[in-house]
Design a protein around this ligand. Structure first.
Ligand code: TXE
Length: 529
């Protein structure tokens, strides 16, 4: 790992602040574009060596990195909490624990998941052909994460990229550079070779320089606007990108649901990480007949939550990440008020806790056509709208430019599944909420403007490799009927291919055999003449 602070020629600095107290916690360099180009070149050299390593060696490094994290668990959780504002408890439960699980899974399973696989080739196998798919690493994987899960997201992507044989460059968010540097430090302590995992600190300019330096893949988490910029810039070099762009995730609560459980889930789903999760519940749709009771249950629960500086182990809601993010929340709550919604609890800054704290806020009488029900808020707000029928609930859930996750609550699991498949979202949970990013085995990503591509699962692993098709002809003695020169006999044979061979039916294809033999004889003769 090469800390940008030591080697970059940059003169500008980033000051990292604790959002809960406003206190400076460190300074790092804004890495210059020239340095980024150099970093990518060194990463390519590191890749050339790393790609040759066995899965056992890769597993050793990733498992060692896990040990380093476990050894420094409290220290890392504190750093995450201090730099992002989130509760210490969530730094462990929502970042460290899930990423440790992901690391052990991919350390143990990548070899199997990427083992060369035979692929059936249909009727071509009758011609003695066979196919095998071999997976090669891509090269340099550039990771550009946001600040909301500054540890779990880049580290999980880095671990998967390394297991697949790639080298990695992380450009952490400008709000959480120290957590980013910590990831580099962990891999260095785990014995990763110099330049295999580099962390380059900086802001959007450094991120843009990384995209322009043409790595082999960009894994991005952030806003739709920046995602579009990155996709455009990456297209210049045909760099492929995975984009994770947030959401406006719906939670649907039917009257037959376990309401106690659903209320607990809604509170956690909306307010964990102060609502700054891409899969936060941002729209709650409750069946009309239970709306009043359910709202009262939510308000009751919110009253019991303690808000304050995240490092306190009894704190449930910490600070927001930045004044900019808090202003979006204020604006959306104002918008709700102007549009006629009602604030059931919360609705303003919690100045007694500190400058960047916003009260957990429940809003009733929301409607899906209100602006604040359409734009991502990314804050501790839970707006509630009602529905009368299942069809209406599905329509409301789908009435959004986003489609990252959704959750359905009902006592009838069959009904839940039926509703789930009709929702346009990358992950839909029945009687569960938000946590599926924590399951490394399953694909993560969005429909619609929530993103492109996937992280996690075999689908995410496939984003980090290039498949190579190895095709073998085991009886290479006769020329292929489709080779040159073309003749009327050839044309007749090709019509037969279209009619019989392409039907996929062995029976129908047997009708082609005499014509095929005529054509092959013709080719053999033409070779001699
Ligand atoms: O994101 P940005 P921000 C949403 C949320 C939030 C909004 C803005 O609604 O209010 O996005 O958040 C780097 N080329 N989400 O400002 O700007 C930047 O340095 C390359 C949803 O944090 O998209 C940072 O590392 N990189 C979300 C990263 O991109 C560039 C998580 C994200 O920054 C760049 C966070 C450029 N031109 C916010 N410009 C989710 N999906 O979970 C910036 N960056």
């Amino acid at each position: 790992m090469t800390p940008a602070t030591e080697t970059t020629t940059a003169t500008e600095e980033l000051i990292s602040l604790d959002p809960a107290t406003g206190r400076e916690i460190g300074r790092v360099a804004i890495t210059s574009a020239e340095y980024v180009v150099d970093a990518v070149a060194r990463s390519r050299a590191a890749f050339a060596e790393w790609r040759k390593t066995s899965f056992t060696e890769r597993r050793r490094i990733v498992m060692k990195a896990r040990e380093v994290i476990l050894d420094e668990l409290d220290e890392i959780a504190r750093l995450i909490s201090v730099e992002s504002g989130k509760p210490f408890a969530e730094a462990i439960s929502m970042e460290i624990a899930p990423v440790l699980d992901l690391m052990q899974y991919f350390a143990r399973k990548t070899e199997k998941l990427l083992s060369p696989a035979r692929r059936g080739v249909g009727l071509y196998s009758l011609l003695g052909r066979s196919s095998k798919i071999v997976y090669h690493p891509l090269g340099v994987v550039g990771i550009i994460p946001a600040w909301n899960y500054p540890f779990a997201i880049p580290l999980g992507e880095a671990a998967m990229a390394l297991m697949a044989g790639n080298s990695v460059i992380i450009k952490p968010s400008e709000l959480t550079p120290l957590v980013g540097l910590k990831i580099g430090d962990i891999f260095e302590k785990a014995g990763a070779s110099k330049d295999l995992v580099q962390v380059i600190t900086g802001d959007g300019r450094t991120g843009a320089a990384l995209v322009d330096a043409a790595p082999d893949k960009i894994m991005f988490t952030g806003s739709v606007a920046t995602g579009k910029k990155i996709a455009k810039a990456a297209a210049e070099n045909l760099t492929s990108v995975v984009l994770e762009l947030g959401g406006k995730d719906p939670m649907i609560v039917f009257a037959d649901a376990n309401l106690e459980l659903a209320a607990d889930a809604a509170v956690w789903g909306a307010f964990c990480n102060a609502g700054q999760s891409c899969s936060s519940v941002e729209r709650l749709f409750v069946e009309e007949s239970i709306a009043e009771t359910f709202t009262a249950m939510l308000v009751d629960r919110v009253k019991k939550l303690k808000q304050g500086i995240g490092t306190g182990e009894d704190i449930s809601i910490g600070a927001m990440s930045s004044e900019r993010q808090l202003k979006i929340v204020e604006e959306h709550v104002e918008q709700f008020r102007r549009d006629g919604a009602t604030i059931a609890i919360g609705g303003s800054r919690n100045e007694s806790a500190g400058e960047l704290f916003y009260e957990p806020t429940i809003i009733t009488n929301a409607r899906n056509d209100m602006r604040a029900m359409q734009e991502e808020t990314f804050g501790p707000t839970l707006p509630i709208a009602t529905f009368k029928t299942e069809k209406e609930a599905i329509e409301l859930a789908n009435d959004s430019e986003f489609g990252l996750t959704a959750s359905v609550w009902t006592g009838d699991v069959g009904k839940g599944k039926g509703v789930a498949v009709q929702i346009e979202a990358g992950s839909v949970t029945v009687n569960e909420v938000l946590y599926t990013h924590g399951i490394g085995q399953t694909p993560w990503g969005g429909f619609k403007n929530s993103g492109r591509g996937r992280t996690h699962g075999i689908e995410g692993l496939m984003e980090l490799v290039q498949p190579q098709h190895i095709h073998i002809n085991r009886i290479a003695i006769l020329p292929n009927a489709w080779w040159m020169p073309y003749t009327p006999t050839a044309a007749k044979t090709f019509r037969g291919f279209a009619k019989y061979f392409a039907s996929g039916s062995i029976l129908r294809t047997t009708r082609l055999v005499p014509q095929l033999l005529r054509r092959i004889r013709e080719l053999q003769k033409s070779r001699k003449s």
